[in-house]
Design a protein around this ligand. Structure first.
Ligand SMILES: Cc1ncc(COP(=O)(O)O)c(C=O)c1O
Length: 319
């Protein structure tokens, strides 16, 4: 399904009509993968629409820029405000998926040209439901271990959410789907569990929540961090660890986390059922705690919800 268009995209400092947010075919990012981006969700809550962990996503965007030495033409606060503006200007009251992207634009051609191409910044948002088809929130999905490994340390930095990294994700995800699985899991170059093509991976063994450590070529997912905090707060022992592939086959429960998939149970890996082959009790507890943040049942003691003033004055659109 194509992206359901909204009215405005914030593009290089102003709101422009959706169809006018275009780039030149000779933009650096299109040829050399020089983009960094984020994916956020806004949720409908009893107190109005709120963006989940906005400041943390913006910080990760700046971290990605730092790794790649991309100069950012806007401050973090300007981008936070622009994100709120995109939600308000498009009247996305029922929640949204939000996509900020920063990329090297049109300038000199060449991988590392003498003069840096200009950095362009866009933030779009639209209504979006589930990523992996979901009745799967309960029943879980079938995953496989990919024949493609994740990017190796000291090649492409996994902690940067950069466009180029998603070539690896495309290989992993497309192979899985071609073979009839919902998602593929990449191993790190030392053969240990890493993550899904666009999600972090968790497993539960004997009541302990385990997830690959950041050293195993994973993105430092904000849902991953959220789940670990919610788990620890509930007295669930939680560890970041080096996990061999077979630990997943022997797990009592397993699930993916990510802004898109939220918390999605994994019911089998390589056709081997995980635990009882359906969502386990700890996964359900964590899903309830997570979704409770948006229904109001879970107290947001971290200030993760950034409420959007839908009546805020809108900057006039131009372009
Ligand atoms: C490769 C990869 N890992 C993990 C995640 C999960 O990160 P987050 O929970 O911040 O969305 C994502 C999604 O952004 C991703 O693309």
């Amino acid at each position: 399904m194509p992206i359901p268009a909204t009215q405005f995209i914030w593009f290089n400092g102003k709101l422009v009509p959706w169809e006018k947010a275009t780039v030149h075919v000779l933009s650096h990012a299109l040829h050399y993968g020089s983009s960094i981006f984020e994916g956020l969700r806004a949720y409908e809550t009893p107190r109005g629409v709120a963006i989940f962990r906005l400041r943390d996503h913006t910080r990760r965007l700046f971290d990605s820029a730092k790794i790649y030495r991309i100069g950012m033409p806007f401050s973090a606060e300007q981008l936070n405000e622009a994100t709120r503006q995109v939600i308000a200007a498009n009247a996305l009251k029922r929640g949204a998926y939000i996509r900020p992207v920063v990329f090297k634009g049109y300038g000199e051609i060449g991988v590392t040209p003498k003069t840096e191409p200009p950095t362009e910044v866009a933030i779009a948002a639209w209504e979006w439901g589930k990523y992996l088809h979901h009745d799967e929130e309960e029943s879980g999905v079938d995953a496989c271990i990919s024949t493609w490994q994740r990017v190796a340390p000291n090649t492409l930095p996994a902690l940067a959410k950069a466009g180029g990294n998603y070539l690896s994700s495309q290989l992993i995800g497309a192979e899985a789907r071609r073979l009839g699985f919902a998602e593929g899991i990449g191993l790190s170059t030392d053969g240990l569990l890493s993550e899904g093509s666009g999600e972090n991976l968790f497993l539960v063994k004997d009541g302990v929540l385990l997830t690959p450590a950041l050293a195993h070529s994973v993105l430092g997912g904000l849902t991953r961090d959220t789940v670990m905090r919610l788990a620890r707060e509930r007295g669930i022992e939680t560890r970041e660890a080096a996990l061999p592939r077979e630990m997943l086959y022997l797990a009592d429960e397993a699930f993916f986390t990510g802004t898109a998939v939220e918390i999605t149970p994994i019911r089998s890996v390589d056709r081997i059922p995980i635990g009882t082959g359906k969502r386990g009790p700890l996964t359900e507890t964590l899903q309830n705690a997570f979704f409770g943040l948006f229904s109001g049942k879970t107290q947001d003691k971290w200030g993760w919800l950034d409420y959007v003033d839908m009546a805020a004055p809108r900057v006039a659109a131009s372009g």
